[in-house]
Design a protein around this ligand. Structure first.
Ligand SMILES: Cc1cc2nc3c(=O)[nH]c(=O)nc-3n(C[C@H](O)[C@H](O)[C@H](O)COP(=O)(O)OP(=O)(O)OC[C@H]3O[C@@H](n4cnc5c(N)ncnc54)[C@H](O)[C@@H]3O)c2cc1C
Length: 477
């Protein structure tokens, strides 16, 4: 099925030829839409008239749900309302890969480059957040298919092996040579691996959102779906948030709106939506699973700039995503960008290059989601309206665990007393904004092109990427 790699015309392992017939067949029966959301979903009422509260949370993804739950835990007497424009968990929180990575900084390297004096503390806080999240899920009996599998980073190109050797030397995990990594998961593309057993879990992303909503409601939070906040006004005595049903009058607000248009105009240039694409296979039979091993069920990611991530579900499907991170001119979030046939075909081809032994498998679902990318690749926070509105944005593709930490930071900021979290440089610093169009498109396009070239040139970064590195800027997913 797969032609052998030739030095002349194939530059990375993923440029190998795959029989288009196999790719087409594998996608024919796939359903468009997140596999995770393809289940009965809890429903919450729509707001029908004006209301008031102490704390209003805008956004029903993980950030808003953790903020609501923890606010109720901190102060059970507070009246807390959460409004969601659509359904709980319908956006990134119901579409992601479900990798619960401890890092708060989009990886150790990014954090170390930006906050060298703080990175040990940030890594420790990230691991503590992951452990606390696991404890909380157990304590609240959240049925979210949590599995502390660890992370397996794999090298699929020779230069990436050196990166893994360096990472192992820095204590980031145990180095596996070619034979050892293929003993774990049988792919002919794997040249080496780095196993980090403690720093990552996998979860059912949509169940995490639904179960957090249930826990928040049990703790007294009033949740409203199909309730869109259109405007935020500040009076001396109170904040007023407009919805179609009327005004919500409140003392404090957490904006947990992720990639969607911020209610604060000044925030709009700080993030751009980047579309990430995902496939899920039918459940593997025992015989199919035997062909590739993967008994440790680790989350897997390869090391390229344009990387793939993949994992098993509880019913032994493979969720396979990444590679094409697409930005569209104008910063729009638009469902019209999601069903991108060429990207799904490319992802399917890369799947069969990675797992040629599974050439009889079909994909059951294909979907996409918008990632809120900022120029530093990890969350940034702020306060507005005399300290009464807290916001966080910019998780850049690594928010499943980081949103929990981020929600606590928002609550700390609103409380107004300094905490270990709010004193962090990472929390106090702001990233540089992206430029307005057309410069944003031109800059992102040039950066994506350069990242692709680097993947095809043994990782060597061109002048543009080196300049951006020096300035602490970039583009990632
Ligand atoms: C395809 C994909 C794969 C990913 N994979 C991973 C992964 O494996 N691991 C990882 O750590 N991260 C991953 N991420 C990132 C992760 O999913 C996000 O960082 C995280 O879900 C962000 O949660 P959130 O609550 O901030 O945002 P969201 O889940 O986007 O929720 C924001 C909510 O706010 C609501 N909203 C917006 N504006 C308003 C308004 N005005 N009024 C009312 N409601 C409003 C929206 O409707 C939405 O529901 C992935 C993301 C995508 C898209």
């Amino acid at each position: 099925m797969i032609a052998s790699r030739s030095v002349r015309d194939v530059e990375t392992v993923f440029d190998a030829h795959v029989d288009p017939g196999i790719v087409e067949r594998s996608l024919t029966a796939s359903t468009f839409g997140s596999m995770w959301l393809d289940m009965p979903r809890p429903q919450y009422p729509t707001l029908t008239g004006p209301t008031s509260c102490d704390l209003l949370i805008v956004g029903g993804g993980y950030t808003g749900l953790w903020a609501a739950l923890h606010a109720a835990q901190r102060n059970p007497d507070r009246r807390i309302v959460l409004i969601e424009a659509d359904r709980i968990g319908w956006a990134a929180s119901g579409r992601n890969g479900g990798f619960v990575d401890a890092s708060l900084t989009h990886g150790h390297h990014n954090g170390k480059t930006r906050w060298p004096n703080e990175i040990d503390k940030l890594d420790a806080l990230g691991l503590q957040n992951l452990d606390d999240m696991q404890d909380e899920i157990e304590r609240l009996r959240l049925d979210v298919e949590w599995q502390r599998t660890g992370m397996l980073s794999v090298a699929t190109e020779p230069h990436q092996v050196d990166w893994l050797v360096d990472a192992a030397a820095q204590g980031e995990g145990r180095l596996l040579d070619r034979r050892q990594v293929r003993d774990e998961v049988a792919s002919p593309t794997f040249l080496a691996g780095l196993h980090s057993p403690d720093t990552c879990a996998i979860v059912h992303p949509a169940k995490l959102a639904f179960e957090l909503a249930r826990a928040a409601a049990d703790a007294g939070v009033h949740i409203y779906e199909h309730t869109n906040a259109t405007r935020l006004d500040s009076g001396v005595a109170a904040l007023r948030v407009q919805t179609a049903a009327g005004t919500i009058t409140c003392r404090q607000v957490v904006l947990a709106t992720n990639v969607f248009r911020s209610l604060l105009r000044r925030n709009r240039l700080y993030t751009v939506p980047v579309y990430d694409y995902v496939l899920a296979t039918e459940p593997l039979t025992d015989a199919q699973l035997d062909r590739i091993g993967w008994r440790g069920r680790q989350g897997i990611g390869d090391c390229a700039n344009r990387f793939h991530y993949y994992r098993l579900t509880m019913d032994n499907r493979i969720v396979w995503g990444g590679y094409d991170a697409v930005y569209h001119f104008g910063r729009n979030v638009d469902t019209g960008y999601e069903d991108r046939a060429a990207t799904y075909r490319r992802l399917a081809a890369h799947f069969f290059i990675t797992f040629p032994a599974l050439d009889d498998i079909s994909f059951s679902h294909r979907w996409a989601g918008a990632i809120d990318t900022n120029t530093r690749f990890c969350a940034h926070w702020g306060l507005a309206r005399d300290g009464r509105v807290a916001y966080v944005n910019g998780f850049t593709g690594l928010g499943v665990a980081a949103t929990r930490f981020a929600a606590d930071v928002c609550l700390d900021l609103l409380d107004g007393e300094p905490t270990a979290r709010t004193e962090l440089e990472m929390v106090r610093d702001r990233p540089l904004p992206f430029p307005p169009e057309p410069l944003a498109s031109i800059g992102i396009g040039a950066t994506r092109w350069s990242l692709n070239r680097a993947d095809h040139a043994a990782g060597r970064r061109n002048v543009l990427l080196r300049t951006l590195d020096v300035l602490g800027l970039g583009f990632d997913s």
